[in-house]
Design a protein around this ligand. Structure first.
Ligand code: AMP
Ligand code: GLY
Length: 421
């Protein structure tokens, strides 16, 4: 089979690395890919929102299945476009992708189908939102304000005072810092607890969960500093009995069936393990980045089988088999990230990596050398039988790699390592 993966990050590199182990794949293509991916797949520079060009490429190269990495092509309808042209594609359609692209759609779906989530209200009017903050929820000190639409991960504000929340809703609804994405907002209660990412394959009829994983979003150790795209992840992450029993995904499945959503892809629930049990913070309609870089090295199945089973509605026949151990994935970032970051720095000693795998995110290959070319540059993933050993192994490898002003978190996976060995 010939396969196309759409995207250009560490997540897509991990997906392609895993697909390379499949016995049934002849050729792998990637649009647009990156310098690491181009070592193992043929990369093609096409705009990921140019569905006509992408589908022409698929026909020309006799591609049997397309896998979509990022959310934007999904929310812009790439799956509907491919379905119209009778081309096989892995991912939810445009309407289903609203579960990620519209916070309001997602919250209303959760409420309707009894998926536990933070209490919330929806506003399309600034004055009403402001009034709500002063009168209706005056007992709460902290609230979370969310712009409805996609804001490149920047549309969620944890406000520790009412004053802060008022300033945020003004910026979002009046000053329109996110344009139309902020025309409507959600104001919800702030939840406390540890976060886990629970991803599952969904073929529209059944759900096949992956093991839980955990991202580390802040830039500095101990969850300090501004949020990033994710500085590292580990799996399997700590979980709780209610999560294992799976009612979140059962209710999700009931919901998509009742709403007649064409959902054939990954559903990712961002979950807070609160004192009252797990609550869903958000849905994403794709693989997580960097969670995927910690999940796929632990998977024993042929990933292509799972992709095909999802698209063909045959997930029920499958079980995911995992390595009995842990995987820790650490992100190496450029100086300045997550603010304005440096690029063009030579990356040294990548060849020294022995018992870990390196997934590229922002790199450039020129004259036989790699250079930095993004905020998040590389992901180093290592597996071992215990979490402590996997942590030691991954950092042993991370320390071999060098580029000017490289920085990374030193505590990936450590929050629970002591209690889990
Ligand atoms: P979201 O895009 O909705 O997942 O929000 C991004 C991040 O904001 C989450 O991963 C949480 O860290 C945080 N967050 C979102 N909603 C809440 C909430 N209700 N309470 C506390 N933190 C939240
Ligand atoms: N790890 C966060 C995300 O993929 O959205």
């Amino acid at each position: 089979m010939n396969i196309l993966v759409i995207g250009s990050g560490g997540r897509e590199h991990a997906i392609i690395w895993k697909l390379k182990q499949s016995k049934n794949i002849k050729k792998i293509f990637c649009i647009p890919g990156n310098s690491g991916i181009s070592q193992i797949a043929r990369c093609e520079k096409i705009d990921i929102l140019d569905f006509k060009k992408i589908s022409d490429f698929v026909i020309e190269h006799k591609i049997d299945l397309t896998i979509v990495g990022p959310e934007l092509p999904l929310s812009e309808g790439i799956v509907d476009y491919f379905n119209d042209r009778k081309l096989k594609i892995f991912g939810p359609d445009k309407k289903s992708a609203q579960l990620e692209a519209s916070k309001i759609f997602a919250k209303q779906f959760m409420k309707k189908y009894n998926i536990p989530t933070a209490n919330f209200e929806v506003f399309d009017n600034y004055k009403e939102a402001r009034k709500h903050l002063t009168s209706h929820i005056s007992h709460l000190t902290s609230v979370v304000v969310k712009a409805d639409g996609l804001c490149a991960g920047k549309g969620v504000f944890i406000c520790n005072t009412k004053e802060e929340a008022k300033q945020i809703i003004k910026k979002v609804m009046v000053d329109k810092i996110f344009g139309g994405s902020g025309n409507r907002i959600v104001i919800e209660e702030k939840l406390a607890g540890e976060e886990v990412s629970l991803l599952a394959f969904c073929d529209g009829k059944s759900i096949l969960p992956l093991i839980p994983s955990q991202d580390h979003k802040q830039i500095f150790d101990n969850d300090k500093g501004p949020n990033t795209g994710g500085m590292g992840a580990y799996a399997p992450a700590k979980t709780c009995p209610e999560l294992v029993s799976g009612s979140i995904f059962e209710n999700f499945l009931t919901g998509i069936k009742k709403e007649k959503l064409n959902y054939k892809g990954i559903i990712y629930a961002g979950i807070m393990l609160t004192a009252e049990g797990p609550k869903v913070l958000e849905f994403n309609v794709r693989f997580g980045d960097p969670e995927t870089q910690a999940l796929l090295p632990l998977m024993k199945n042929d990933l292509l089988d799972l992709f095909l089973a999802t698209v063909d509605g045959e997930l029920k026949k499958y079980k995911i088999i995992w390595v009995d151990g842990y995987c820790v994935s650490v992100v190496l970032a450029s100086g300045g990230y997550p603010g304005k970051y440096e690029t063009g720095k030579e990356i040294f000693r990548l060849k020294k990596i022995k018992d870990a795998v390196v997934f590229h995110a922002g790199t450039k290959f020129e004259n036989g050398k790699y250079f930095t070319n993004g905020g998040r540059v590389l992901n180093v993933s290592a597996i071992d039988t215990t979490l402590d050993k996997a942590i030691a192994k991954v950092y042993g490898n991370v320390e071999k790699i060098k580029f000017e002003n490289m920085h990374y978190r030193r505590d990936i996976g450590k929050r629970n390592a002591d209690e889990r060995g």
